[in-house]
Design a protein around this ligand. Structure first.
Ligand SMILES: Cc1cc2nc3c(=O)[nH]c(=O)nc-3n(C[C@H](O)[C@H](O)[C@H](O)COP(=O)(O)OP(=O)(O)OC[C@H]3O[C@@H](n4cnc5c(N)ncnc54)[C@H](O)[C@@H]3O)c2cc1C
Length: 313
């Protein structure tokens, strides 16, 4: 069903709405990936924008009904103002699929143990469990933010690289790639059993890099370096540039080109996401050593080793 076919006279006042949902089913895709399918009547209005669309998952808090999560345009300020014992945890995820007609949304969770509320909740999720999603509302008439994939029209080469937390976003992007621009996709995952199928078009080269016990980035960093060296031989890159240091333990590493001003670097556009320390190393390499123009690359720290997600909207 297309968005236009959804029966609704209501225009949403804000780009993001709170969708109260329950788990319809779960499917274990591999040792580290769990697909959770959410359902809820209002998901008919959940916008299907594709690419790396991010959302917030509002997780249960013992003793506080999820229906108490603040709604309305100022939900974030009201949520922030709540005392700790009444504030549901929020975590950032990617929309893996939207089926408006079936009122369903899929989110692929990386299971990394009991250390965080999202992974802990997902590991035990059962049909009927209730959560809320803060997601894009198809009834909003204006532009909706929350996606960073924005290759410029002159891109002649695409590079996408990430760890397991970026697999959902890269999968959606890869499945929607049109045209014939060659693309290199590098995906580091915890185990060889986590290599998932990826439907894409000819001209897209996908390499899965299982860590199998090695440190985060141990396979991704050399693979990106190698790809960058190959691309540098193919494309004339810029002189290496100086970079400000980002303290990934104190601030978010989130450097994305302004979509209105995004430019390719000698034809290259790159999108990189994953553990912030690893993304920082990739940024240093690409910009300072390989001569890639930072205006041609989205660098995104999706999570930080040893730290919970900072609460941000
Ligand atoms: C835009 C965006 C999109 C994202 N999309 C997805 C997605 O689709 N699927 C997905 O699984 N994740 C995704 N993430 C990453 C996810 O938000 C983090 O992994 C988040 O920290 C998980 O929350 P938690 O409650 O499980 O752990 P937290 O409470 O945040 O952290 C607890 C501990 O677990 C560690 N930790 C967190 N994540 C991981 C991990 N993946 N592996 C190992 N240790 C970890 C932390 O370092 C910390 O020590 C995305 C992040 C962003 C910013």
């Amino acid at each position: 069903m297309s968005i236009a076919a959804i029966p609704s006279q209501v225009v949403a006042a804000q780009p993001y709405s709170i969708f109260h949902v329950e788990v319809a089913r779960t499917r274990r895709l591999s040792p580290s990936f769990l697909r959770v399918t959410f359902t809820g009547e209002h998901l008919a209005h959940f916008a299907d924008l594709g690419h790396d669309q991010r959302i917030k998952v509002v997780l249960p808090l013992p003793g506080v009904d999820i229906a108490e999560f603040p709604d309305g345009p100022d939900w974030y300020q009201r949520w922030r103002a709540l005392p700790d014992e009444r504030r549901h945890p929020l975590r950032t995820y990617t929309v893996r699929a939207v089926r408006q007609a079936e009122r369903e949304v899929d989110v692929d969770f990386v299971l990394h143990g009991d250390g965080g509320p999202a992974s802990r909740w997902a590991s035990a999720a059962r049909a009927g469990d209730r959560v809320a999603l803060v997601g894009p509302d198809a009834r909003y008439p204006g532009p909706i933010a929350g996606r960073e994939w924005a290759p410029p029209a002159d891109a002649r080469r695409l590079l996408l690289a990430g760890d397991e937390t970026a697999v959902p976003a890269i999968s959606v992007i890869a499945e929607s790639l049109s045209g014939d621009v060659p693309a290199t996709i590098l995906l580091e995952v915890p185990h060889r059993e986590d290599v998932l199928g990826l439907r894409t078009r000819p001209g897209v080269e996908v390499t899965w890099l299982p860590r199998d016990g090695a440190a985060h980035g141990a396979r991704l960093v050399p693979a990106v370096r190698e790809a960058a060296a190959e691309l540098a031989r193919e494309l004339a890159t810029a002189p290496a540039a100086e970079l400000d240091d980002v303290d990934v333990d104190r601030e978010l590493l989130w450097e994305v080109p302004d979509p209105a001003a995004v430019t390719s670097c000698a034809g290259l556009y790159a999108w990189l996401a994953g553990e912030a320390g690893v993304v920082k190393a990739l940024r240093r390499h690409l910009v300072q050593e390989a001569g890639v123009d930072r205006r041609a690359v989205a660098f995104m720290g999706y999570w930080r080793l040893g730290r919970s997600e900072p609460t941000g909207a």
